[in-house]
Each structure stands twice: as structure tokens, then as C-alpha cells.
Design a protein around this ligand. Structure first.
Ligand code: GDP
Ligand code: ZN
Length: 361
């Protein structure tokens, strides 16, 4: 016989402190697509993908080089080649696809330098991955906003706006779905007089995640963040107002990113950054600074994708009686049993279920 189950918190409706409806604060159009969804829509046509080649002697003679796209504008883009940046245009054939139609921030490209001082992009090298969102246009196709990304830096704040673990969990699912390694940052620890953020830190550390405790204001933890960004390409994600721009400004004062004050009445931050670019950090590493990627939430995800963001639930789920167990109320559900026994946090279980049922906690 199954052990009696403790009544779990409801999955629908508001949380105790009335924060359930805060998903409304996230712009619904800025949603990440699973990696496969970008293919054939926002993905680049395969004819532009070729194997990365070592520059042949002849290429080197003709000034052909490999570089990385940092910024793109309507007609040209900025490509980093070694320590230099070069303004480049796509070659004629690529232009027939539309102006820089298929290039994305983070692309590795082969470039030919000419006498004009401008470069020509000859081809886009194969991408490791793509981060896409729904296009804002009528066709709602996928729009690739950053490519060749390694790491998702998930930023939350200890206070103002309040810590929102349900959203952190969502990003963990998104990171797993896009094969990005997640790092959780708790910013504004200078505002945490009660020390509550230590509990949040421990909660995620116990699950095996890497957590950084930061203050863009007092600069606490910034060196560990710098270390973490070194040698990788990261996207910074998190609710507006948690201090993503402030953290980057504190790390790299030359960036001078605009930051937004939080309105006292709603504690909602404003969106203040525009444009898409890859920031090259002086300490090494790149950060994709793309507004669309900052507040995305994953969608079109199945139960197995969600489990990837909940390693403790995935482990327990291996013991469920039915292989297609939804971990809701099935008999012999090892997940419910682990929640009952306190091995899985009720909060995490609720956030897991809310993603499965299309909500957010
Ligand atoms: P973003 O929307 O995530 O980029 O957030 P911003 O960087 O624009 O920061 C939002 C607000 O929080 C600004 O008023 C910042 O001055 C403030 N802020 C950012 N980081 C910290 C911090 O570590 N401590 C405190 N007290 N305030 C911060
Ligand atoms: Zn189950």
C-alpha cells in the first residue's frame, strides 16, 4: 500500500504572497525556443555552413582570416579578428538573402580583407548552438539572437525586486534545453539585511549548481564572476531590474551600459538596453548583450526537457512505478514520495509542476 500523502500546495492560483501572476511581467514575445525550433526558420541555410578550415597558404596570402561577429547593423557588421575589430560587409551572394540576413551575434566567419580597409564576409562557420526567440514580425518565425554560447548566467536579486526562485528554475530548464552550463548569481546581497539570501544560495548549491553571491554596488564577488566569464561566451538572463547591466558595468567600467531605476510602486525594472552585440571582456570572455535574451522564458517544452532542469526530481523519477508517470497523483510515484519525505523541496516540486502545466511560480 502506498504511504499516505501529505496535501501539497495547489498548483494553480496565487502563492501565499500573491506573486503567482508575475509571469505577466515577462514580455511574452521574448521567449526562448528549443534548439531544434530555430532550424530551417531562423537557422542559417546549410549552404552557408562549411567545415572550419585552417587558412590555406593561398588564403593567408590573399588576406583571408577567421573572426567573430560582435555587432551587426543593417548593412555591415563588426568582426573581431585577433585583438583587432574590422568593419565587414557580406559578399555579394550572401546579400541576396537580405542584408546580413542570416548572420548572428557570436558567429565565427571567414573574412577577406581588402584595400578599402573594410572586410568582406565570405562564409559563416558551423554553429555550436543557437539561441532563438519568436520573431516580432507577422510570421512569428524563430529569430536567432545569439549563437555559439557556452554559459547561461542566471541573475536574480536578493531584494528589490524580490528573489524569484520559480523564474530561476525556468532558466535552469532553458539552460539544460540549450546545452548551456548554468551559473546562478544572487546580486544585491548588500540589501539582504536578514541573511535570507544565504538560504537561497545553499538551496541551489545543494542541488549541485554553481552559485555566485554578488553586489554590483559594493563589488563583492565580482572577481569570482570575472573568473567565471573568462574564456567562455555567456548570456546574462534574469528579470529586469535585478542588476545585469550594473554587474557588467562594474566588471567592465568602459562598457557604460545604461541601467534602469526600479519604480518604487511596482518594483518592476524598466527595459533600457537596445541593440544586439557581443561584448568582449578585457579579462577574457564574451557576453551577449541582447535585449531579447534577457527576459526570455522557455516554451514548447516537454516533460523530459523540464526534468533536465530538476536533477533531484529526475533522479527520484527513475523509481516511479509507471514509466510515463507525470508525478501528479499517480500511485507508486517516487517523486511524490520524496517530496513527502522532505528529500525534494516542496517549492521545487511546485515550480516543476507549474512549468509542466504551463504556468510559472
Ligand atoms: P537590469 O535590468 O537587470 O540590467 O538591472 P540594472 O543594472 O538596470 O539595475 C537596476 C537597479 O538596481 C539600478 O537602479 C541599479 O543601480 C540597482 N542595482 C544594481 N545592482 C545593485 C546592487 O548590487 N546593489 C544595490 N543596492 N542596487 C543595485
Ligand atoms: Zn512519478
Amino acid at each position: 500500500m502506498d504511504p499516505p500523502r501529505r496535501e501539497l500546495a495547489p498548483e494553480q492560483g496565487k502563492t501565499r504572497d500573491g506573486r503567482w501572476d508575475r509571469v505577466e511581467e515577462l514580455p511574452s514575445r521574448e521567449r526562448i525556443l528549443p534548439p531544434s525550433a530555430g532550424k530551417g526558420q531562423g537557422g542559417i541555410p546549410s549552404r552557408w555552413c562549411s567545415k572550419p578550415a585552417f587558412p590555406k597558404a593561398e588564403d593567408a596570402k590573399r588576406g583571408r582570416l577567421e573572426g567573430r561577429v560582435l555587432e551587426f547593423h543593417s548593412e555591415w557588421c563588426v568582426v573581431q579578428i585577433g585583438p583587432e575589430t574590422l568593419r565587414c560587409r557580406p559578399r555579394g551572394k550572401m546579400r541576396t538573402l537580405g542584408p546580413l540576413y542570416k548572420l548572428a551575434v557570436g558567429d565565427f566567419v571567414r573574412v577577406e580583407t581588402g584595400a578599402s580597409g573594410e572586410g568582406r564576409i565570405l562564409e559563416i562557420l558551423p554553429r555550436r548552438n543557437e539561441i532563438a526567440r519568436r520573431s516580432l514580425g507577422r510570421h512569428r518565425s524563430a529569430q536567432v539572437i545569439a549563437v555559439n554560447v557556452d554559459q547561461m548566467v542566471i541573475v536574480g536579486s536578493a531584494a528589490s525586486p524580490p528573489w524569484w526562485p520559480g523564474l530561476i528554475d525556468r532558466y535552469l530548464v532553458a539552460a539544460a534545453g540549450s546545452s548551456l552550463s548554468p551559473v546562478i548569481c544572487i546580486n544585491k546581497i548588500d540589501l539582504d539585511a536578514s541573511g535570507e539570501s544565504v538560504r537561497h544560495t545553499e538551496e541551489y548549491q545543494a542541488l549541485g549548481y554553481h552559485v555566485l553571491r554578488l553586489s554590483a554596488l559594493t563589488r563583492e564577488g565580482l572577481e569570482s564572476m570575472r573568473e567565471r566569464l573568462k574564456g567562455t561566451t555567456s548570456v546574462l538572463v534574469g528579470q529586469s531590474g535585478v542588476g545585469k547591466s550594473s554587474l557588467l558595468n562594474s566588471l567592465e567600467p568602459g562598457l557604460d551600459l545604461r541601467t534602469g531605476e526600479i519604480s518604487g510602486a511596482t518594483e518592476r525594472g524598466r527595459h533600457v538596453t537596445s541593440g544586439a552585440r557581443l561584448l568582449a571582456l578585457s579579462g577574457g570572455g564574451f557576453v551577449a548583450d541582447t535585449p531579447g535574451v534577457r527576459s526570455f522564458v522557455p516554451f514548447q517544452i516537454g516533460p523530459n526537457d523540464v526534468l533536465a532542469g530538476y536533477p533531484e526530481i529526475a533522479r527520484a523519477a527513475a523509481g516511479c512505478r509507471f514509466p510515463d508517470c507525470r508525478h501528479a497523483q499517480e500511485p507508486g510515484c517516487a517523486v511524490l514520495e520524496a517530496v513527502h519525505d522532505g528529500e525534494i523541496l516542496t517549492r521545487r516540486y511546485r515550480s516543476f509542476r507549474s512549468i509542466l502545466t504551463g504556468g510559472i511560480e
